[in-house]
Design a protein around this ligand. Structure first.
Ligand code: PDD
Length: 286
């Protein structure tokens, strides 16, 4: 089936959708994005993603080409048109196409570019990987200093994934000044003595929408949460580790730099949080 995608106000077959070669997303990575998951044909955490999108745009003085209510409608129409039961919706907004390549932002009346497409992922919730956990390596965090803005500058995270693959692992956790910042496309956590530890919010990490929901559910379930930085050594000596993202929900991490974490299998806290997150999110999906 040919995917229906959305580009600048039009629903089109994917092979007919185009963007200018002068688009600043293409030339300067001058764009922001969101990834929203779909379960049971409904959107998970749409509100959180829409709020973070507005913030990313505002931090970059970029105009939004669409109102929130219309954005919701586009998401829903793409889910309908592509018959997505489980999967992801990718959204990207760039500063648009100026008439030439110029580092300075184009004039205010340059229309932003907006693109959305779906990714069909049957079995996303009932992931076999979540049952065995994943292996990560640590790498230096060489990204820019505004990681709180969800920009499309994803070259270093891509390189990180390739470094992980080359090491026979699934992902990389990035380290700066001796402490873990986050995963290439997820927020990182450890569990020690029943306490959930994850890095505090700042410009150093993306403020994960899944992170916010998971910490809320953890606190509601009377689990102890501490928001602070932790080291690779501390993670290796933890009882459990996991990461969160819109595409992986809560994913157990069982090995870091070749060393098993805890029993080397998904731990009870990560397993429970994954269940709670999926159950509670499904209840309020729209
Ligand atoms: N990535 N940290 C980084 C660097 C990320 O790229 C992501 C999300 C997260 C988790 O954020 P959220 O819970 O809002 O998905 C943390 C998406 C899924 C991606 O790039 O595909």
């Amino acid at each position: 089936m040919t995917r229906t995608v959305y580009v600048n106000g039009a629903y089109l077959p994917e092979n007919e959708a185009t963007v200018s070669i002068f688009d600043r997303g293409f030339l300067f990575a001058d764009g922001v994005y969101e990834v929203t998951s779909v379960l049971d044909g409904k959107l998970i955490d749409f509100e959180g993603h829409a709020i973070r999108l507005a913030r990313s745009l505002s931090e970059l003085a970029m105009r939004s080409p669409i109102e929130k209510a219309d954005l919701l409608e586009v998401h829903r129409e793409l889910v309908r048109a592509n018959r997505i039961e489980e999967g992801l919706i990718y959204l990207q907004i760039t500063r648009g196409a100026a008439s030439d390549r110029d580092f300075a932002y184009p004039s205010e009346d340059t229309p932003p570019t907006i693109v959305l497409f779906t990714q069909n992922k049957p079995g996303l919730a009932d992931s076999p990987v979540a049952k065995v956990g994943i292996k990560v390596i640590s790498i230096a965090d060489q990204r820019w200093g505004r990681r709180d803005i969800k920009t499309v500058q994803l070259l270093y995270p891509s390189m990180g994934k390739m470094m992980a693959k080359a090491a026979g692992c699934d992902d990389a956790w990035m380290v700066e000044d001796g402490a873990v910042t986050e995963g290439t496309s997820n927020n990182a956590y450890i569990v020690k003595g029943g306490k959930i530890i994850t890095r505090h919010l700042s410009n150093d990490i993306l403020h994960g929408i899944t992170r916010a929901a998971v910490l809320r559910f953890a606190r509601e379930a009377q689990m102890e949460v501490e928001e602070r930085a932790f080291t690779v050594a501390e993670a290796q000596g933890a009882d459990e580790a996991f990461f969160t993202s819109a595409s992986a929900f809560v994913m157990p991490v069982v090995e870091l730099d070749g060393q098993a974490i805890g029993s080397g299998t998904p731990g009870p806290v990560a397993t429970r949080l994954r269940e709670i997150y999926l159950d509670e999110s499904r209840k309020v999906a729209i």
